[in-house]
Design a protein around this ligand. Structure first.
Ligand SMILES: Nc1nc2c(ncn2[C@@H]2O[C@H](COP(=O)(O)OP(=O)(O)O)[C@@H](O)[C@H]2O)c(=O)[nH]1
Ligand SMILES: [Mg+2]
Length: 416
């Protein structure tokens, strides 16, 4: 009995002992799991700080949960190198997407073009502070001594007016002020206004030749270095023409990037203007030809052709621009060749302009990004350089920020 009893007691003790061990194990595992999961949710403090710093420096960097996370960035304007363009195989003539003409249902009403320069006057305030205000302050001095005239000259040069026009301006201002004797500030301003307008030359015809002869559309060819604002200009010019009641067709002859044609087409769709485009890497001349042919057959008033930003150092590419023009003219004469120049590039822009002018007969200049420079004098320099009038100016990135240029409005804005 005692043996039996002690066996029962020792058996119970063993049971309790085993139960206790199991309980401890269960609790232990549970605690370990909770701690483990918390540990995973909370990265070390320094990691969090680093992420926050990343986010502060690159707010656009997160989140990026795309596919493999290795999406190639779109090339920046100017980034396409010559090697890319060397290897492009033009498609056979039959490959061209003659039917690839699109229109969109939602159509915007572009702002009227009249008075745009005046409306956008404040955008020239940067140019104003340097050129206009600077000159007025100097001319307003009690005594116009040698040093002051030198400062006037420096101000004009700093505003990109160019050496020859600067010398002429200083010369005429000096003479006139000498002849008139002591001049009141208002009179000095009036003289400066007259002389600046004379330098910009109001006698130029600045209208865009957008209409063709009987039975043919007007053809506007837009050329210039990458990133100067060609595609933007084509899109905004289409809006100007549409606002004036013309029917317009766009030709996407920049075939080096599909994105370029997309960009143009988007501009067109906003104002209900169709775009003729071809395959990426297609022959620009063929697409330009195709666009003008479609425009002619469809009875459009104007075809505006966007081109690729030819690198002016590459003779072959420049020849190609000549080819685009020649091929178009098998359909209809090119009525206007607009050279787009970025006003912020100063002398560099002028050098580029010269090369383009050698290849195609430039008939008008579009000076973009005047809102982004203190050097409004580039208007004078570029006209002098090419002997071609500035016809349009870009004063912002907005759809209606392209203004017809007029010398008086411009000078008034500078001297306001
Ligand atoms: N601030 C400003 N930006 C402009 C103007 N014209 C064009 N741009 C910008 O310049 C960039 C390049 O324009 P794009 O038309 O693509 O140049 P493209 O390579 O010559 O076709 C774009 O971001 C445009 O919005 C302008 O008048 N003012
Ligand atoms: Mg472009």
């Amino acid at each position: 009995m005692g043996r039996l009893g002690s066996w029962i007691v020792s058996d119970t003790t063993l049971f309790l002992f085993v139960a206790l061990v199991v309980a401890i194990l269960v609790i232990g595992v549970a605690v370990a799991l909770v701690i483990g999961s918390r540990g995973r949710a909370l990265p070390p403090a320094d990691t969090v700080d680093r992420r926050l710093d990343d986010l502060r420096e690159h707010p656009e960097a997160e989140p990026t949960p795309t596919g493999d996370g290795l999406e190639p960035a779109l090339p920046e304007p100017g980034e396409i190198d010559e090697a890319d363009t060397d290897n492009v195989e033009p498609p056979a003539e039959g490959d061209l997407a003659v039917d690839d003409v699109t229109t969109a249902p939602e159509v915007e009403q572009p702002a009227p073009t009249a008075g745009r320069l005046v409306r956008l006057r404040e955008r020239l305030s940067r140019s104003q502070s340097s050129l206009g205000k600077g000159l007025l302050a100097l001319l307003g001095r009690d005594r116009l001594d040698e040093d002051t005239w030198e400062e006037i000259e420096d101000t004009l040069l700093a505003a990109d007016v160019g050496v020859t026009p600067t010398q002429e301006l200083v010369e005429t201002l000096r003479t006139r002020i000498k002849v008139e004797g002591v001049v009141e500030p208002d009179r000095a301003k009036a003289i400066l206004r007259e002389e600046l307008i004379a330098q910009i030359d109001p006698s130029y015809d600045r209208s865009i030749a957008a209409t063709g002869a009987e039975g043919a559309p007007g053809v506007v060819l837009v050329v210039g270095v990458n990133g100067t604002g060609k595609t933007t200009t084509v899109g905004r010019l289409a809006r100007v023409l549409v606002a004036d009641g013309d029917t317009v067709l766009l030709g996407a002859a920049d075939t080096f990037r599909a994105a370029a044609a997309d960009q143009l087409q988007t501009w067109g769709e906003r104002v209900g203007v169709p775009t003729v485009r071809g395959p990426e890497g297609g022959d620009p001349a063929s697409i330009a030809f195709d666009a003008v042919k479609t425009g002619k057959e469809g009875g459009y008033d104007t075809v505006v052709v966007d081109t690729a930003g030819r690198l002016h150092t590459k003779a072959g590419l420049m020849d190609e621009l000549g080819k685009v023009k020649r091929v178009i003219e098998k359909q209809a004469p090119v009525t206007e060749v607009l050279l787009v120049i970025d006003a912020t590039t100063g002398q560099n822009g002028l050098t580029q302009a010269r090369v383009f002018a050698e290849v195609v007969d430039v008939t008008g200049i579009v000076l973009t990004k005047l809102d982004g420079t203190a050097k409004g004098g580039i208007v004078i320099a570029v006209q002098r350089e090419l002997g071609v009038p500035v016809k349009l100016v870009g004063l912002g990135e907005g759809a209606d920020d392209l203004a017809p240029f007029d010398p008086e409005g411009f000078v008034d804005a500078l001297l306001a």
